[in-house]
Write a protein that binds this ligand. Structure first.
Ligand SMILES: O=C(O)[C@H]1O[C@H](OP(=O)(O)OP(=O)(O)OC[C@H]2O[C@@H](n3ccc(=O)[nH]c3=O)[C@H](O)[C@@H]2O)[C@H](O)[C@@H](O)[C@H]1O
Length: 446
């Protein structure tokens, strides 16, 4: 049926009105869905910000699932590219080479040992959590130096079990050189928990991963001269008592020696503990006296030199880094294989402890005089009684055992070693004034 013109115009208007309403509604719908989308995006963004800000999942998981490397950053630790880099770093370049996981590789002794191993053709993979106990930029500089020699440091924590398992799965390490630890004798009064976490829990976690690995690696690890504690027999021999630690640091290192015994006994892990005696040298630790004395003397700041409660000089068997590196490599070279497999002991395994010292203690006052000479600056020296915060009056190593078993023989005296340290210090921090030309002799770590 045909419609009238009036009806037609009314129906056209109605149609236009309906179409207008549909457009308005669809725009409203669009606006509503955009708003919904916007709110959802905001919510997701807020959740992400929360997760990153409050570090969830916990640090042990987040930091260790990534790593830095000179060529690429933050690869997932399970990615094929990450595994390739780890294997590349573990590549050996000599017959019968060892493949070593070095924990604490961005640390003082760890970086030196990693480089020495790599230079002689061994495969090396580092592990370090880059914690801020002392300036992490120094650890990054050591990492960069190792990167130039194709040594990769995986950024991760000893307490990250999946990471350790992954590393031991990806590479059949023959050895672990375990140097990662919470160091420092006096800092244990300020942050006791950090010593338990790194030196006890972290060590156990590493041993757990090692005992389950196939093959089980042999382990050489850093104990400390501080385990001799209040021992008065002199020089310190491995046969002397070590059941009187004077600091929590010493107690955790002594606990490590007992834990090593347990894992050797139950699982057949080959374990060698090295008692380091106040190691110093280029690329050293800024928390140690020789290092911050150098800084304070150059800045004209006062330094405190401790004396015993009886007014005697405090002394240390200061040991130069190159001598300690030789000792570490000697211990690795003579470490026998672990005997267990699949987490089970198959026979008795090697268990050893050695002193790595210099065998000639030097008073701290003499250390200061040597630095004054090298820096051509008089120290503002205050002699005070040694605070009772874990320190011991003197250390002195007997190294007969290490000499017998791997020809360990320290060859660097304190003036020679400090000269090399000062040369490095001035170059590293860009300070070249007021210093003896003599200090510009050769350095060990370049
Ligand atoms: O052999 C070890 O196993 C340990 O060695 C190192 O400990 P220590 O021998 O105590 O070194 P370090 O602090 O440099 O003090 C050196 C001397 O300066 C004296 N000292 C110290 C500070 C100060 O302000 N004044 C001072 O006279 C102080 O009394 C001491 O006589 C490592 O840090 C430690 O991690 C561990 O490895």
């Amino acid at each position: 049926m045909a419609s009238s013109p009036a009806e037609t115009s009314k129906s056209i208007k109605l149609e236009r009105y309906n179409s207008y309403i549909r457009r308005v509604n669809s725009t409203k719908l669009l606006n509503a869905s955009s708003k919904l989308l916007f709110r959802a995006t905001l919510l997701v963004a807020l959740i992400l910000v929360f997760l990153f800000t409050f570090n969830y999942p916990p640090l042990a998981d987040t930091t260790t699932h990534t790593h830095t490397h000179t060529h690429s950053h933050f690869l997932s630790f399970s990615s094929a590219a990450w595994e390739k880099q780890v294997r590349h770093s573990a590549t050996t370049r000599r017959p019968n080479a060892m493949i070593v996981l070095v924990t604490g590789a961005a640390g003082f002794v760890g970086s030196h040992c990693s480089l020495a191993l790599k230079k002689r053709g061994d495969g090396v993979v580092g592990l370090d959590n880059f914690n801020p106990y002392y300036d992490p930029s120094l650890k990054r500089a050591r990492e960069a130096m190792l990167g130039k020699h194709q040594v990769m440091i995986v950024e991760g924590d000893l307490n990250d079990t999946p990471l350790l398992q992954k590393l031991l799965d990806v590479v059949a390490f023959t050895h672990i050189l375990h140097l990662a630890a919470q160091a420092g004798v006096r800092y244990a009064m300020q942050n006791p928990q950090s010593y338990v976490t790194a030196n006890i829990a972290g060590f156990v976690n590493l041993l757990e991963a090692a005992k389950s690995a196939n093959p089980q690696p042999a382990i050489v690890w850093a104990s400390s001269s501080s385990v001799y504690g209040l021992n008065t027999q002199n020089p310190f021999s491995e046969l002397h008592r070590t059941d009187q630690p004077a600091s929590l640091y010493a107690a955790t290192k002594k606990a490590g020696e007992e834990i090593a015994h347990t894992y050797n006994h139950i699982y057949g892990l080959s374990l060698t503990g090295l008692r380091f005696f106040t190691v110093y040298g280029p690329w050293g630790r800024p928390d140690m006296a020789y290092f911050f004395f150098t800084k304070d003397i150059l800045q004209g700041k006062p330094i405190q030199v401790y004396e015993t409660p009886q007014g005697k000089q405090v002394a240390r068997d200061f040991t130069y880094i190159d001598d300690v590196v030789k000792g570490c490599l000697g211990a690795l070279d003579t470490a026998e294989k672990s005997t267990g497999s699949g987490g089970k002991k198959r026979g008795p395994a090697q268990l050893r402890v050695y002193n790595l010292g210099n065998t000639s203690p030097v008073a701290v006052g003499r250390l200061v005089s040597i630095l004054e000479g090298l820096l051509k600056t008089k120290a503002k020296k205050h002699v005070i009684k040694m605070p009772s915060n874990g320190d011991v009056p003197y250390t002195h190593a007997n190294v007969t055992l290490a000499f017998r078993d791997f020809s360990y023989k320290p060859t660097t005296d304190l003036p020679t070693g400090l000269r090399k340290f000062v040369k490095w210090y001035l170059a590293y921090y860009g300070l070249h004034t007021r210093v003896n030309k003599e200090t510009h002799s050769s350095s060990s770590f370049s």
